[in-house]
Design a protein around this ligand. Structure first.
Ligand code: PAF
Length: 292
């Protein structure tokens, strides 16, 4: 595996490849990232992973400065997962001048949920992803569905700019107790880590009720928010949305006709966690699996 720090050297290394598979990351990797690298490996072509903590997607009060930088450990993990090239530019390489040309993603998709609580976040993500795609020029890029809205926003950007890349969503990897793996889990104290399953638990309950045909989404969301508050969380949102556009389901939308996803974000102490679960309706799942 090669580690490359400059755009020129990356382009030279990939000059003959039209089949590159790409996994963008901010480093501090865990099994969830490695699953994305393995997914990229299955898609064929050389596998490139980038490691770059992107200042543009952090608000001034957020954790840009303390975000863990663990390049040597990350490279060892990436090599074990079958990555061919790590692209690890520094800020001077990726942003040699202040990045004055930026992407403004559609507020209808990027201004809701995470976008409401982290204004500017998806603009920063889209700007760096566009630039990374321009550097790597992959045939496929794999994004974790753990960041469900990010996956959707990037997919829409690629569609709107007709970028020649296929965006693939990789499944969320969870700890045994259900907590979605995230670099930010490392901020949790031992006590908070023990309580951190509260978020996935309320999402799973709504997912299961929706899969069984429930449509009282507002009542379920309120109950989940109350349960999280009682357990010492400060929730930003828990919300059932349509998978396709992350809009709230209409009165006639049920999980058997419209694919739904339950999303949540909440703070435990100073750590903000996000998670989501797609609703697999029994009827839809049995059709997919070919069972009656
Ligand atoms: O999901 C992440 O780690 C980041 O948002 C990404 C896609 C690497 C852009 O900085």
């Amino acid at each position: 595996m090669k580690t490359i720090h400059s755009i020129d050297a990356l382009r030279q290394a990939l000059a003959d490849s039209r089949t590159t598979s790409f996994v963008p990351t901010m480093g501090n990797l865990h099994e969830g990232h490695l699953a994305l690298v393995r997914e990229a490996r299955r898609r064929g072509g050389p596998v490139v992973a980038s490691i770059f903590v992107n200042r543009l997607q952090f608000a001034p009060h957020e954790d840009f400065d303390r975000y863990p930088r663990t390049l040597a450990r990350d490279c060892a993990l990436l090599e074990s997962a079958g990555c061919d090239i790590v692209f690890a530019p520094d800020e001077r390489e990726l942003y040699p001048q202040a990045q004055a040309y930026v992407v403004r993603p559609d507020p209808a998709l990027a201004g809701i949920l995470e976008g409401e609580f982290r204004p500017g976040f998806f603009g920063g993500v889209c700007t760096v992803v566009l630039k990374l795609l321009s550097c790597v020029q992959p045939a496929t890029a794999v994004f974790g569905k753990k960041d469900y809205q990010q996956w959707k926003v990037v997919g829409r950007m690629v569609e709107q700019f007709a970028l020649p890349v296929r965006i693939v969503g990789g499944e969320t990897v969870r700890a045994e107790d259900g907590l979605a793996l995230s670099s930010r889990n490392g901020y949790l104290s031992a006590d908070e880590r023990a309580r951190a399953t509260g978020l996935s638990r309320v999402l799973a309950r709504i997912r299961d009720a929706s899969a069984a045909g429930a449509t009282d989404f507002a009542a379920q969301e309120s109950a989940a928010l109350a349960e999280l508050r009682d357990a010492g969380w400060a929730p930003d949102y828990v919300s059932v949305r349509r998978q396709v556009d992350l809009r709230a389901p209409g009165s006639g939308d049920r999980a058997d006709s419209v694919p739904l996803v339950v999303l949540g974000a909440a703070r435990l102490g100073t750590t903000r966690l996000i998670d989501n679960m797609e609703v697999r309706h029994r009827y839809v799942s049995s059709l997919r699996s070919g069972r009656p």
